[in-house]
Write a protein that binds this ligand. Sequence first.
Ligand code: LLP
Length: 427
Amino acid sequence: SRTVRRNADGAVTVGGLDVRALAEEFGTPAYFLDEEDFRARSRAWRDAFGPDADVFYAGKAFLSRAVVRWLHEEGLNLDVCSGGELATALSAGMPAERIALHGNNKSTEEITRAVEAGVGRIVLDSFQEIVRVAHIAEKLGKRQRVQIRVTVGVEAHTHEFIATAHEDQKFGIALAGGQAAEAVRRALKLDGLELIGIHSHIGSQIFDMAGFEVSARRVVQLLTEVRDEHGIELPEIDLGGGLGIAYTSEDDPREPHEIAKALNEIVTKECEAAGLAVPRLSVEPGRAIVGPTAFTLYEVGTVKELEGLRTYVSVDGGMSDNIRTALYDAEYSVALVSRTSDAEPMLSRVVGKHCESGDIVVRDAFLPADVAPGDLLAVPATGAYCRSMASNYNHALRPPVVAVKDGAARVIVRRETEEDLLRLDVG
Ligand code: LLP
């Protein structure tokens, strides 16, 4: 966060709050989220895309009712991908018309609830779903606004994109082989649907704009084909999320205004060439908004030094609050934050308290050689896909999310209790 400083005695302060006091008050592990930073990043996306585009925050990255209210206040829309996310969004007062429902296998209940609530769009992900959503909308006497999610033949991963073998995935309908054109044909015939556009999401943690550009070009190509075949110009396109963030100093992420410029330029150019009116653009950033806004605070419990190899530093959380290292080999940094130390840096591995050796939070880090039980460690950039993918493995209690703002901290998602766990266990 931008407001991280060290006290005179070496402890880190966040927005003026001493991490030792935060640990004392809220316990560890805990996620601390900078509300102003979240709002500023949301605004940066809004401003970069301007009034002729829509920014849908991807709730899967992290969603809570406070987050929904911030998004609402900052003028963003919300992408949800389950009944649970939809319920959270509606219960926090997000207007239904600003919600988009995603998912490759939405249940009849989820679709019904979304149509009844009046969500702004449902993103259709399969041929079956085209018919399913149409029937539900017709039964409810409604005409549901929908987009069709296509796979454009681009798979982007971090610093590169691959333009082969991309259709081999569960999401979306392939442009290749005329599949997407057939989906459009079918959707246009159904009274329950108002087809408003085409959707493409190519991947996550992307740094290279080239994949987005290819995606935009191919989506516009489909709009052109639709115009030529049906004589209608679909008014919207959504190019998904996926912009990468800096997890370590090696990452050099693009800014919202850079991606906005690149996407607007390519869409405008392609539409002009095809003689199409420029459609309304939307995007769905998740990680790039919430990822950098939070850090996880842990307390060290044990330290095991392996002479000449590395030091294992065990903290009081682990794969239950951050599965990303184990799951994707994700890289994080870590810092000793409860004091300063002049001790030699030691190659360390920060591990959790779970019963498996893959339970790693930070694979390789240099921590001072005198790191000891009771020290506090902070792992930055844990705002996205950490709390939202947290589990109860080993009956761990999922940590709280604490929002920090104006020198004050308040819990927005409380820590789970053993009572919470036992309440579900009705055997
Ligand atoms: N839109 C759609 C249709 C998506 O599937 C996703 C992410 C997003 C937007 C947001 O992408 P973002 O801007 O956050 O990259 N759990 C993984 C990431 C999975 C993302 C799935 N879809 C992780 O921890 O890295």
